[in-house]
Unconditional design. Structure first.
Length: 254
């Protein structure tokens, strides 16, 4: 879940955090296996994805959509090979890229942890000794597991719509989330956010998408500092309007 605004999170996550925790990430993720996930109402069954499908060609013909609404708000349900997207954002540069962005973000989550079969040096990059004895082999976790179900995401056109859905979805538990001024949240592997501008909305999708992914696939939750650090690490990207696909570059979130 993300409660702070996107700006405060992007600016307060130290650049060394993601680098410093990567060895710990490898250890923790080496034993991760898909578990039985929660069952949000909007999620649909999806055959297991293969590791080699990371970065596979994106086929727009595999996307289908149908009208969707809640209350007086008209929208669209977009079903892709990896996601179920409920959107009330009007057609335009943000909505049009949601299918490809969420698909490539999922590829990024599964492959963003560096993997190497090289030995870990006993010296840091600055020549300081960090351990004794011979270098130890690095754990090779390979691509992380693919989700076995489509991931469910709601993107609303504005905050009032988002708040109305949150109140409807969470009832008496909605108060904590309604205090969010700029951002979104993920509960039971279902992300709910609203349009805050193209770039920031895509950052939010990447951030909350990581929470979706871990809640769907990981058997046990990561420590909060690690979960949030990796979610912030996942945000950095470049996706200009003339680009066909996003490029994920964590350093852009420094």
């Amino acid at each position: 879940m993300r409660i702070r605004s996107i700006t405060s999170l992007c600016r307060t996550t130290p650049s060394w955090l993601a680098v410093g925790v990567l060895p710990l990430v490898v250890v923790l993720l080496s034993s991760c296996t898909p578990s039985e996930p929660p069952r949000p109402a909007a999620r649909a069954a999806l055959p297991t994805l293969n590791d080699e499908e990371i970065g596979a060609s994106f086929n727009p013909e595999e996307i289908r959509s149908e009208p969707w609404s809640f209350g007086t708000h008209e929208g669209e349900m977009i079903i892709t090979p990896t996601h179920v997207l409920h959107v009330t954002v009007p057609a335009g540069s943000t909505r049009d890229v949601l299918p490809i962005f969420t698909s490539r973000a999922l590829d990024h989550y599964r492959s963003m942890i560096p993997v190497s079969d090289k030995a870990v040096s006993s010296y840091s990059a600055y020549g300081e000794r960090v351990g004794g004895g011979a270098p130890e082999p690095r754990i090779d976790v390979g691509p992380l597991p693919a989700p076995t179900e489509r991931m469910s995401t709601f993107v609303f056109d504005d905050r009032p719509q988002w708040a109305a859905w949150t109140q409807r979805r969470l009832g008496r538990d909605a108060g904590t989330y309604l205090a969010i001024e700029r951002g979104g949240y993920t509960i039971d592997a279902e992300s709910v956010l609203w349009d805050i501008g193209r770039y920031d909305t895509l950052c939010m999708l990447a951030h909350e998408g990581w929470h979706q992914y871990t809640q769907t696939v990981f058997r046990h939750p990561l420590p909060t500092f690690l979960e949030e650090g990796l979610a912030a690490y996942a945000e950095g990207h470049s996706f200009r309007r003339r680009d066909e696909e996003p490029r994920f570059m964590p350093w852009r979130n420094l």
